[in-house]
Design a protein around this ligand. Structure first.
Ligand SMILES: O=C([C@H](O)CO)[C@H](O)[C@H](O)COP(=O)(O)O
Length: 196
């Protein structure tokens, strides 16, 4: 029978191999994205009175991280669904992330944003989705959608690759904005939560 030590070594080696593959998938995805519309996102962020971020589930965790970084930059940013998030208005921006592009709360939020005259920018894996159709700007992330169970686009479960891309792209977008604003890291840090 396999010893516990041998079994730990086998599991550890397998986990390392999965991690390497996950990083490779993210690198390949980074090459496959058409970045043309990301400039539009930067322009829309810069002219928005307030920026509203929305995403559900794991995509939501990633977008909450992006919202924190926009707050560090001094932007007026809200995450949709929080009790203190106000009404979206004309002149505001809704930045939505949904791998499927069909999650109902997100589609409804995009409809509301359009109704009041706010701009909508969407990240999805599906150019034919309702959310992509509603968006003023659609940023296609050609990752696996959460119900793509055939493993062709990713070895990972469900929408994991998309959700990772939201976090990584969010950090890349933040880095570009930070570079453009030229604010020292110490200034940004003063805005970080001091009641953690
Ligand atoms: O949490 C999620 C699920 O585990 C799929 O990997 C999704 O992020 C959540 O279901 C929202 O879906 P999308 O709007 O399609 O991103």
């Amino acid at each position: 029978m396999e010893s516990t030590n041998q079994s730990n070594r086998n599991n550890g080696a397998a986990i390392k191999a999965h991690l390497v593959k996950i990083i490779q998938e993210n690198s390949l995805l980074a090459e496959a994205i058409d970045y043309h519309y990301f400039g539009e996102l930067i322009r829309n962020i810069n002219k928005a009175s307030a920026i509203f971020l929305i995403a559900s589930g794991r995509s939501g965790f990633a977008m909450r991280s992006v919202a924190m970084r926009l707050m560090h930059l001094g932007l007026r940013v809200y995450f949709v669904g929080e009790t203190t998030t106000p009404a979206i208005q004309k002149g505001d921006l809704l930045w939505a992330a949904s791998g499927s592009g069909t999650t109902s709360t997100i589609v409804k939020a995009a409809q509301k944003a359009k109704q009041v005259g706010a701009r909508v920018i969407a990240m999805t894996t599906n150019v034919s989705s309702s959310l992509a159709g509603l968006a003023d700007v659609h940023m296609l992330i050609p990752a696996a959608e959460k119900k793509d169970h055939n493993g062709a686009k990713s070895i990972q479960y469900a929408g994991s690759l998309f959700e990772q891309a939201v976090l990584l792209l969010g950090d890349a977008i933040f880095t570009e904005l930070w570079k453009l604003y030229g604010t020292p890291a110490e200034e940004l840090w003063k805005r970080h939560a001091n009641m953690e």
